[in-house]
Ligand binder design. Structure first.
Ligand code: HEM
Length: 489
């Protein structure tokens, strides 16, 4: 373990003593977010571990993380060069690749504006305020029908299996202008394999840091590579179809708008950042990948919490009945009138912290934080789970209590409390899909809660143990749903 020279006035990073060759990998075990939280109590909010022989700086504590990602954002905005990341989107991912900062910035700007303009686009159907509202409303209705059919046939359903197709259809609608049937085998075989992706892409995967492990046979790694290859060819086929039918005067979706951008750029000699067409159009791969698994996970945890806390499910239903009514479907514009639902979503994000770490960051130059020296190119883990369970920030952090986010008279969400939850990262690498994701989760839930009541299977205990990964899922399970009684409506 080579020790860097420490500039005068700065301190060496504290941290546990590493073992030869493997470093502290054994201390990470199955729940790295918990073991690294325990270490932060001992070593402070900035400390260093070794995975293999590679140093990794771990940041916790709301103030420290905000200092690094917001105030010193530029210095912490890089991505590390990790083995598994080279297989994601053929090594050209916007979110995971080590793109130079100019290229990453240009791609991020493009992705952000495409996403925003296509989800806010006016719907052709005047019933809806925008395309996102139309897609979510229609998919939520299909989902309700689907769950009722499955309930009739089987008496129970696996929530993730059905939610994932509905959510994938929303992002497919925006990115590719199409939707898939709930029985489409090609889509299903991709979207139901997200667990293999998440296990390998989660922070602290030993094979990313210990090169010898890359040469040993691993089922996880093989599944990860196969999945990425299939995902890429699925998207590439759709992109080829778009190129073949592209019409400048009829931009149908995000894929068309990215192709259009490449065409325009060829005419613009002053365009100063060199980004290949492949890297521009490849942005849809990231949007599709990031857009279905995260929102599916958020919705499936929401359903689990409603089942685990039936009294909370009843309060959500009552709020909808009073503030929206049962005669019409909820809309995005109803959100300010449903503060308990918003508080419930915040508490689901905080309590589950299903993205326990952000995607790993990397320092872009020599820097320091809280008086500790951190060299350029150091891999940095941001422990979101620690912030969301920090007893300094939260009363009873382990209890599930949406009321913590409501004002004293329960009529509105306390914005300051809400902003303490860190689920989408912060600063320059902050999630670009945050607004869409929050709107999607809200609207799917509002529509589901109005029509369905969820229950656990009689005699089967509910297992809420998260399985570690980039996004953490609960174990596969079966639930029941009943239509809200007609006379109530
Ligand atoms: C990055 C969370 C939904 C697109 C991220 C990051 C987090 C996150 C924690 C990493 C931030 C960092 O590295 O510091 C979430 C959660 C979601 C969600 C909790 C849903 C509840 C979405 C959606 C999209 C999206 C719907 C797009 C349609 C992206 C992209 C990045 C990203 C492209 C990479 C940004 C970059 O590296 O510059 N998200 N996300 N996300 N997210 Fe999301």
């Amino acid at each position: 373990f080579l020790q860097p020279e420490i500039p005068e006035g700065l301190c060496r990073l504290p941290g546990p003593k590493p073992l030869p060759l493997i470093g502290n990998v054994l201390e990470l075990r199955h729940k790295p977010y918990q073991s690294l939280t325990a270490m932060s109590k001992r070593y402070g909010h900035v400390f260093q571990i070794h995975i293999g022989t590679r140093p990794v700086v771990v940041l916790s504590g709301s103030e420290t993380v905000r200092q690094a990602l917001i105030k010193q954002g530029e210095e912490f905005a890089g991505r590390p060069d990790l083995y598994s990341f080279q297989f994601i989107n053929d090594g050209k991912s916007l979110a995971f690749s080590t793109d130079q900062s100019g290229v990453w910035r240009a791609r991020r700007k493009l992705a952000y504006s495409a996403l925003r303009s296509f989800s806010n686009l006016e719907s052709k159907n005047s019933e809806y305020s925008c395309v996102l509202e139309e897609h979510v409303s229609k998919e939520a209705e299909y989902l309700i029908k689907r769950l009722c059919t499955v309930m009739k046939a089987d008496g129970s359903f696996d929530p993730v299996r059905h939610i994932v197709v509905s959510v994938a259809n929303v992002i497919c609608g925006i990115c590719f202008g199409r939707r898939y049937s709930h029985d489409d085998q090609e889509l299903l075989s991709l979207v139901t394999l997200a667990d293999d992706f998440n296990q390998v892409a989660g922070s602290g995967n030993p094979a990313d840091f210990i090169p010898i492990l890359q040469y040993l046979p691993s089922r996880n790694m093989k599944n990860f590579m196969d999945l990425n290859a299939r995902f890429n060819s699925f998207v590439q086929k759709i992109v080829r179809e778009h190129y073949a039918t592209y019409d400048k005067d009829n931009i149908r979706d995000i894929t068309d708008s990215l192709i259009d951008h490449c065409e325009d750029r060829k005419l613009d000699e002053n365009f100063n950042v060199q980004v290949s067409d492949e890297k521009i159009v490849g942005i849809v791969n990231d949007l599709f990948g990031a857009g279905f698994d995260t929102v599916t996970t958020a919705l499936s945890w929401s359903v689990m919490y409603m089942v685990a806390y039936p009294e909370i499910q009843e309060r959500l239903y009552d709020e909808l009945k009073v503030n929206v009514g049962l005669e019409r479907s909820p809309r995005l514009s109803d959100k300010p009138n449903l503060p308990f639902l918003e508080a419930f979503i915040l508490e689901m994000l905080r309590h589950s912290s299903f993205l326990p770490f952000t995607i790993p960051h990397c320092t872009t130059k020599d820097t320091s934080l809280n008086g500790y020296f951190i060299p350029k190119d150091t891999c940095v883990f941001i422990n979101q789970w620690q912030i969301n369970h920090d007893p300094e920030l939260w009363k009873d952090p382990f209890s599930f209590n949406p009321d913590r986010f409501l004002s004293a008279d329960s009529t509105e969400v306390n914005k300051v409390e809400g902003e303490k939850v860190v689920a989408f990262g912060l600063g320059k690498r902050r999630c670009i899909g945050e607004v869409i994701a929050r709107n999607e989760v809200y609207l799917f839930l509002a529509i589901l809660i109005q029509k369905l009541e969820f229950h656990q299977m009689p005699g089967v205990p509910l297992d809420m143990t998260p399985q570690y990964g980039l996004t953490m899922k609960h174990k596969p399970c079966h639930l029941r749903a009943t239509m809200r009684a007609i006379n109530e409506q």
